[in-house]
Design a protein. Sequence first.
Length: 267
Amino acid sequence: MRNISINDIDHSPRGVLAIGTDYPPGHVLAAHEHRRAQFLFAVNGAMNVETDDGEWTVLPSNAVMIPAGVAHAVTMDGVSTRSLYIEPSAAPWFPVRCRVVAVSSLLRELLVAAVDMDVELNVEDDFPAHGRGAAVFQLILHELRDLAPLPVELPLPRHPGLRALCTRYLAGPSIHDSPTRWAEQLHISERTLHRLLISETGMSASSWMQRACILHALPKLSAGASVTAVASELGYSTPAAFAAMCTRVSGAPPSSYRARVTTQTPG
């Protein structure tokens, strides 16, 4: 099924529904939630998902698992998605927090096949017991169950003043900003700032800022921007310094993210 709203077919008794949707560049889905859990995969383009708990950067070849009932906003950059909407009873093991995961070649092809499959919405299971349709959806659920999270989450604090600072920083992160300036803006000591951020996000101020910079960079690299240009935008003195931080924070060098722009093609 393509370019239809889940709200139009959510009544279906099927345990898993697959929908493909095309979005224009810069499209923003305002905060919303689904009765079903969602597995949101973009066959091209990058996404940013935000909830009350944090932000997740979703690159091509990755997907985000969104639990049922969790309000989320999504910013899309020229994205074509393949989404699964899953009844909670069909996947009781689904994570209780958003989780970004890597999509294997097998899972990608299964998602594309599921979206393009003809199904009878008003029948719980019209596939033969051992038919192709049943096998595709069963295999998809098996593949989803064991996916490990990627280190691309950026927790957001709930403290109003601190959250406002974090939100502004995300709009234009720079390594030249500092915890000292943040503490001054909040009229608290730097030690109190660190303690507050750790208690609400599990990260120190400097670690949070470093991760915010790198996660801001990844979609740009994936879209083809040069390491030099991205490093300069963030304020790094050399591309090598940025590359070292990218590797430490994300677990992979910048070149691995730039490579995806030539290997990822729409389904």
